[in-house]
Design a protein around this ligand. Structure first.
Ligand SMILES: [Zn+2]
Ligand SMILES: [Zn+2]
Length: 167
């Protein structure tokens, strides 16, 4: 297990170059530590990760959108340092397939495992000190009308890779 990372709350004080091989973050209480081992989190021309506006992600995030990264399971390590990691089986999904939602029992969301894509883990990016520019938005049909747009970020009506908004 790596040392407990210490970061300021300001993403701009952590240059992308400091995450050239990996990115670590913790939940709010510090119990759960997550490391992503990937060497192109911040230098992919199209961005990495996605913003999801689906109702389930909104509830989990406690916000109008969730910042997510779907990534190969083998690139991610999750340490449950104080035994607080819990899970919720979410069957109220559009696909009808289960999404296992992992969260810190003390403080908040960590990751999801979707039956529909068994080789990936979907990380909740708010726990990391800096979040890559997302490459896409999913459930863009469910955006609130007061939200601004993100230039260069693909908007899918519902699922990523599906029909694009306005097409
Ligand atoms: Zn916690
Ligand atoms: Zn979602």
């Amino acid at each position: 297990m790596p040392d407990q990372p210490t970061y300021t709350g300001n993403p701009n004080s952590h240059p992308p170059s400091s995450f050239s091989t990996n990115l670590s973050g913790t939940c709010l209480c510090g119990s759960i530590l997550v490391t992503i081992k990937d060497d192109s989190l911040f230098d992919s021309p199209n961005g990495r990760g996605h913003l999801c506006h689906c109702a389930n992600c909104r509830k989990v995030a406690g916000s109008y959108v969730s910042s997510n990264l779907a990534i190969e399971k083998e690139k991610v390590e999750i340490w449950d340092q104080k035994g607080t990691l819990k899970e919720y089986e979410d069957w109220a999904t559009g696909s009808g397939k289960c999404v296992v939602r992992k969260f810190c029992g003390n403080c908040g969301p960590i990751a999801s495992y979707a039956q529909a894509s068994p080789d990936k883990v979907i990380l909740k990016m708010g726990i990391f000190p800096r979040i890559p520019k997302p490459e896409a938005e999913s459930f863009a049909l469910h955006r609130h009308d007061w939200q601004g747009t993100h230039e260069g970020v693909a908007q899918f009506e519902i699922a990523r890779g599906g029909k694009k908004l306005g097409e």
